[in-house]
Design a protein around this ligand. Structure first.
Ligand code: GLU
Length: 320
């Protein structure tokens, strides 16, 4: 099986060093294994969409020397590569219908006020917040049909299995488990028909034949939902690799205090693209033997998931 990986940014703003590191890890992994590196634009969150962002990503990644074999600007056999266009092409619909038919997803007609009341109730009673069924998870077909006939807006949610343990595997952390009862039923399709990140990212990973999902640790809270979605569709999961966050040398969340966060600022300051690649590749990953200054060929020939550290990677601007 040949390796297929994706870098899947949401075009909401600038390209930061943390995202560049994920792009570098994916690119090195693909090149190490003679695989395919895909750029996918996850633009289904129209409220946070920034029209200038995709151009910033493409320009920055090009400057940084990251090449893609498939993507919106190069094409490829699994296009389109923007999720809004994939939605327009109807690519998600058959899978969502299958989930509804098999009872793994349901239509939920809660109004924003009802959802707020539910959250308030959970807060007051110190319960975990999140949607675990409400009035709609087990609603009768007649009740659903009536709400639809009345033209009430609805979202489609995934029915997270209750009373069982959701089991997943992360290449860095090993086996992970969550009790199904503690995971809320994520929205797959919003009231305007747009898929959410959870639905679009996972359906695309399957449709695009992704073999390894190399992404940031911030996605780990979504991981049980993603596992449940793959299980509901009976699909084999890719290998998931959740890379630890980057922090400053003081152990605090990376911010401007630690150095520029926008990648193009480094370009403007005269840093060379390969130096920056070399630098970000070594944040939280080590090839062993205390090597630090590496050529492109050396990075490619030594990059391995096993070398990614489980603890946060330190961003040390002095080293750069
Ligand atoms: N689009 C997501 C983000 O920019 C990444 C999702 C993923 O890698 O699964 O945070």
């Amino acid at each position: 099986m040949s390796v297929r990986v994706r870098f899947a940014p949401s075009p909401t703003g600038l390209l930061h060093v943390g995202a560049l590191r994920m792009a570098v890890f994916n690119s090195l992994f693909a090149r190490r294994h003679g695989g395919v590196n895909i750029l996918r634009i996850e633009d289904t969150d129209r409220a946070r969409y920034n029209p200038d962002s995709e151009a910033e990503f493409v320009t920055t990644l090009k400057w940084a020397g990251i090449e893609f074999d498939e993507g919106p600007h190069v094409g490829g056999p699994h296009g389109p590569y923007r999720q809004s266009e994939r939605k327009e092409a109807g690519l998600y619909t058959p899978h969502i219908e299958k989930l509804l038919e098999s009872g793994h997803a349901y239509k939920a007609f809660d109004t924003p006020e009802e959802l707020e009341q539910m959250r308030e109730f959970q807060r007051i009673n110190k319960m975990p917040t999140g949607y675990r069924g409400g009035d709609w998870r087990d609603a009768s077909p007649e009740k659903v049909a009536q709400a639809e006939a009345e033209g009430k807006p609805y979202v489609i949610r995934l029915k997270i299995p209750h009373g069982t343990t959701i089991v997943g595997h992360d290449a860095i952390r090993g086996r992970l488990e969550w009790e199904g009862d503690t995971v809320d039923d994520p929205v797959l399709i919003k009231a305007d028909g747009m898929p959410t990140y959870h639905a679009a990212a996972m359906l695309d990973d399957h449709m695009m034949g992704i073999t390894h999902v190399v992404r940031g640790e911030e996605c780990i809270s979504s991981f049980p939902k993603h596992i449940a979605l793959f299980n509901a569709l009976g699909w084999e999961m890719p290998v998931f690799v959740h890379c630890p966050v980057i922090v400053g040398t003081d152990g605090k969340k990376l911010s401007k205090r630690h150095g520029a966060t926008r990648v193009l600022d480094y370009a403007a300051q005269g840093y060379l693209p390969h130096s920056l690649q070399n630098f970000v590749a070594l944040i939280g990953w080590a090839p062993g033997e205390d090597r630090e200054i590496m050529t492109d060929e050396e990075l490619v020939s030594t990059f391995a998931i096993e070398g990614i550290q489980p603890s946060p990677g330190k961003f040390d601007i002095d080293k750069l």
